[in-house]
Design a protein around this ligand. Structure first.
Ligand SMILES: Cc1cc2nc3c(=O)[nH]c(=O)nc-3n(C[C@H](O)[C@H](O)[C@H](O)COP(=O)(O)OP(=O)(O)OC[C@H]3O[C@@H](n4cnc5c(N)ncnc54)[C@H](O)[C@@H]3O)c2cc1C
Ligand SMILES: *[C@@H]1O[C@H](CO)[C@@H](O)[C@H](O)[C@H]1NC(C)=O
Ligand SMILES: *[C@@H]1O[C@H](CO)[C@@H](O)[C@H](O)[C@H]1NC(C)=O
Length: 510
């Protein structure tokens, strides 16, 4: 059987195995682990099982009931856990910060959950120019600690998000200067599915290092990250400028989308970083449309105003910008919603462009049917149409644009390459369309789910552009969109020859 066919078969098996959730393998693994790691294993009657079960941010995962939860304190504990999982062919899942939008990706019904909340070591090496981070830390905690040395690694833009971000690529406020978050990965300690511990870096295994830069959790369980430390300054250094710009009118929101597209169309300025979120947020049950651009410049007001002048001039814009430290910049983007609100995502990647061809108008969705003067506005129109049709079940929904500039792309290749491997030489953007439910329900009704899948079909990414694994729907096959897809498959076959992780762990597929 050709490897592609094998992988397809494995993926089909994985789906059926996982959905059938046979508890026997996991029950045997948990029983072994209760004996070998008695202090680290929680079963359903343990007093701290429920808080650990609910330790993620997404109720789609918190509602799942693992047969046992392992809270390792060392790589050796993780190796012991994986040996039991491997021996008994148990379904398993791995959770760090718990922010995935994909149900089943960071918890498991009836399987073994590895929960990293106790592995929180941090250290800084000035000689290596790196920070070393345990998988259980949140980015806000990492930045608080690294600030003391005037440095920061490439990590999340929201303080509460966890380290799994690196494995999915990762978009940082520093990305325009230094690359995707994974491009800062110098070395990782990783436990293979069969329970061996390996240190992966450019000396020991450059191909595997490249594979885990964007390969998600597919290549093993990471127990330690060594990340390049970049000179961001101390908190007393107000060497950045920026904050938030908020608009509340339909015209203002359209302008925000248009100017974000202009930003992508403008030659790259790596000191400028932008995240535009436009969408709907219910206030006391009433949908309110709004947009916020989080914009920062490594420099002063003059440069900031030059780059973001269009946004500042939107009539009625609420502007909250000032000189700030990098640490303060990482605290500006809010969490957005509560850990009791279930969410799913849709992702896409596009070049800027004055495309005059209207996007297909979703057949099942009553669209606004307006002309689409620019490409991003065309996508935003379709996003609005989906929101309007399903506004009853949505508590909030946002279309979030992150530009990816030519410097960011080049930095990834300069650091040895990542699995995403985007084309060089032209800026593009990743968007995230987030669908967030009201408190107390995890139910995405069938008609909404059907329209979400239709939206994905009707709004394909531009040819040749990779999807951003951290922010897609579980049905979107990000690996297939990667520039390094064929090599990634080959590395997976070399590293997990029986396809164990594909068969027993939900997550990205080939
Ligand atoms: C409010 C919010 C803000 C966000 N902001 C950003 C942002 O600024 N930039 C960005 O890039 N993304 C952002 N994201 C997306 C986020 O990066 C992804 O959801 C990411 O997967 C979260 O990592 P985590 O550790 O918090 O989540 P988890 O759900 O714990 O993990 C995510 C995935 O990685 C796997 N995994 C985690 N740890 C390990 C490990 N040690 N070894 C092997 N596999 C592992 C998990 O099994 C799971 O499949 C945001 C998400 C939310 C909800
Ligand atoms: C970082 O430190 C500040 C100041 O001590 C504190 O208010 C904040 O909660 C810390 N953030 C995190 C994520 O720990
Ligand atoms: C669209 O065209 C106009 C006029 O040529 C130009 O100013 C603008 O930057 C273009 N926008 C994009 C996103 O390419």
């Amino acid at each position: 059987m050709r490897f592609t066919a094998l992988l397809t078969a494995m993926t089909a098996v994985a789906t059926s195995v996982v959905s059938a959730a046979p508890a026997t393998g996991a029950a045997a693994a948990c029983s072994d682990l209760l004996a070998s790691l008695p202090k680290s294993v929680l079963i359903q009657t343990s007093p701290t099982y429920t808080p650990a079960q609910n330790g993620g941010f997404n109720p789609l995962n918190n509602k799942l009931s693992p047969s046992c939860i392992v809270q390792p304190t060392s790589a050796s504990d993780v190796a012991t856990a994986m040996r039991a999982v491997f021996k008994h062919k148990a379904n398993y899942a791995v959770r760090s910060g718990g922010h995935t939008g994909m149900g089943g990706w960071d918890s498991t019904d009836g399987g073994v959950l590895l929960d990293f909340s106790l592995m929180r070591d941090f250290s800084y090496s000035s000689s290596a120019g790196t920070v070393t981070v345990g998988p259980g830390l949140r980015w806000g905690e990492v930045y608080n600690m690294s600030e003391a040395y005037g440095v920061a690694p490439l990590g999340g833009r929201v303080y509460h998000v966890g380290t799994g971000l690196v494995l999915g690529g990762g978009l940082s406020l520093l990305s325009p200067q230094y690359g995707y978050a994974c491009d800062g990965l110098v070395s990782a300690d990783i436990v293979t599915v069969d329970g061996r511990i390996r240190t992966v870096n450019a000396q020991t295994d450059p191909q595997l290092l490249r594979a885990i830069k964007g390969g998600g959790g597919r290549f093993g369980v990471v127990t330690k990250y060594e990340l390049r430390a970049f000179p961001t300054g101390r908190n007393s250094d107000k060497n950045w400028y920026g904050g938030s710009i908020t608009v509340l009118t339909p015209t203002g929101i359209d302008q925000m989308v248009e100017y974000s597209e202009d930003f992508v169309a403008t030659p790259d300025d790596p000191k400028a970083t932008l995240l535009s979120n436009v969408g709907m947020l219910k206030q006391a049950g009433v949908p309110v449309y709004l947009g916020t651009t989080f914009a920062f410049y490594k420099g002063g007001a003059e440069d900031f105003n030059r780059v973001f002048g269009q946004f500042l001039a939107i009539p009625g814009a609420i502007v909250d910008v000032k000189p700030i430290s990098y640490l303060e910049a990482t605290q500006v983007t809010p969490l957005g919603w509560k850990p009791t609100q279930a969410y799913k995502w849709i992702g896409g990647s596009h070049y800027a462009g004055n495309n005059t061809t209207p996007l297909p108008l979703l057949p099942t969705i009553p669209v606004l049917n307006e002309p689409t003067p620019t490409k991003f506005l065309g996508i935003w129109r379709n996003v609005q149409a989906l929101i309007v049709k399903h506004v009853d079940v949505l508590e909030s929904a946002f279309f979030s644009i992150t530009p990816v500039g030519t410097t960011q792309i080049d930095q990834g290749y300069a650091a040895g390459g990542n699995a995403i491997a985007p084309p060089q030489g032209r800026n593009f953007m990743h968007y995230l369309f987030s669908n967030i439910l009201a408190d107390g329900t995890t139910d995405f009704p069938a008609d909404f789910e059907a329209d979400r899948q239709q939206f994905i079909k009707d709004n394909p990414s531009d040819a040749g552009l990779p999807l951003f694994l951290n922010e897609v729907d579980a049905t979107q096959e990000a690996f297939k969109s990667y520039g390094w897809y064929d090599q990634l498959k080959r590395q997976y076959k070399r590293f997990d020859p029986t396809g164990f992780s594909l068969r027993f762990q939900q997550g990205p597929t080939f």
